[in-house]
Design a protein around this ligand. Structure first.
Ligand code: GLN
Length: 307
């Protein structure tokens, strides 16, 4: 029998209000994005993928890379080792805020930039190249296809990323990060410039929803423990200073990126992704937030709903 889901996704797409907000331009190259793109994708842990709109258009993963690199760092170093360097407390502040915990010098969580920069430095690798290659390889496995870097977006952010460099230097200055801050920030910016599609993001999210098992290949890419940890910080910190609003209204562990994507993973159920580049004041996709709200309400996906 033909699934009713594709028709439903088309309806959601058609019902979306014209996008408001503006595309990110603090990374100059992101301002070149077509602001009116819209894509929705749903992937189930047993491998079904449903799409609507511009699902095969590539854009950079940006902050949606953070939970996956966090997962890789934990797999490499163990949870204790990572927690000693990056805490898991929601900061209630914007993604690019420069603040570290007073006593320990740890960034508050791995979803804000300071925490993500430090997390990047914890991924195993003989040198920067190997560390980055391991991240790219892991993302490719999660997406189920070979991914690559958008060199224009990378160069554009790298030449303007003074704020991230300031954070890198601060992490080094307080002694919480061992590696060279300039090299680490370069690697982090490169991690953010990996190209994905909305479909890739939904499949990656479905791996989290499936407890670490890839929905299509059936391969275990992350342990259950690591997956639980990543989903937990997505729930409390993934949407930054809008996390409380998001978790109460949408109720799906999620992560956004300034390229206009949002990915969400409901444990045991489904991976979701939306792409629409115009952003709100938090740096979240305006229509991404709208669509997630609709999908959650229509399909009963709020994690606190009692069946
Ligand atoms: N690369 C971006 C930055 O570091 C990622 C930010 C985001 O997507 N919220 O500023």
């Amino acid at each position: 029998m033909r699934s009713p889901i594709p028709d439903y996704l088309q309806e959601v797409l058609a019902a979306c209000a014209p996008a408001t907000g503006a595309v990110a331009d603090y990374i100059p190259e992101l301002a070149a994005a077509d602001p009116d793109r819209l894509a929705i994708c749903i992937a189930t842990p047993d491998g079904a993928v449903y799409t609507a709109g511009d699902t095969d258009v590539e854009f950079t993963i940006q902050s949606m890379s953070k939970p996956f690199v966090y997962a890789l760092a934990i797999a490499d170093l163990g949870l204790k080792g990572v927690l000693a360097k990056v805490d898991v407390e929601p900061s209630g502040e914007a993604f690019n805020v420069i603040s570290l915990e007073e006593e320990s010098g740890r960034p508050e969580n791995p979803m804000i930039n300071a925490g993500a920069i430090l997390t990047h430095s914890l991924v195993r690798g003989a040198d920067d190249e190997e560390r980055f290659e391991r991240i790219l390889e892991m993302f490719s496995k999660l997406a189920g296809r070979e991914l690559s870097v958008d060199e224009e977006v990378f160069a554009s952010e790298w030449s303007t990323t003074h704020r991230n460099l300031a954070m890198g230097h601060m992490l080094k200055a307080v002694g919480v990060m061992e590696a060279d801050p300039v090299r680490v920030v370069r690697g982090y910016v490169r991690q953010c410039a990996i190209k994905v599609t909305c479909r890739d993001l939904a499949v990656m999210a479905a791996t989290l929803a499936g407890g670490g098992v890839h929905p299509v290949s059936g391969e275990r890419l992350l342990s259950r423990e690591v997956t639980r940890q990543a989903l937990s910080v997505m729930t409390t910190c993934g949407m930054y200073d809008a996390a409380g609003d998001w978790v109460t209204t949408v109720g799906i562990p999620a992560k956004s990126g300034v390229s206009g994507g949002i990915l969400g993973a409901l444990p045991g159920q489904v991976g979701l992704a939306v792409f629409s580049p115009r952003l709100d004041v938090h740096g979240h996709s305006v229509r991404g937030v709208e669509v997630f709200g609709r999908l959650s309400a229509d399909m009963g996906l709020h994690m606190m709903d009692v069946a």
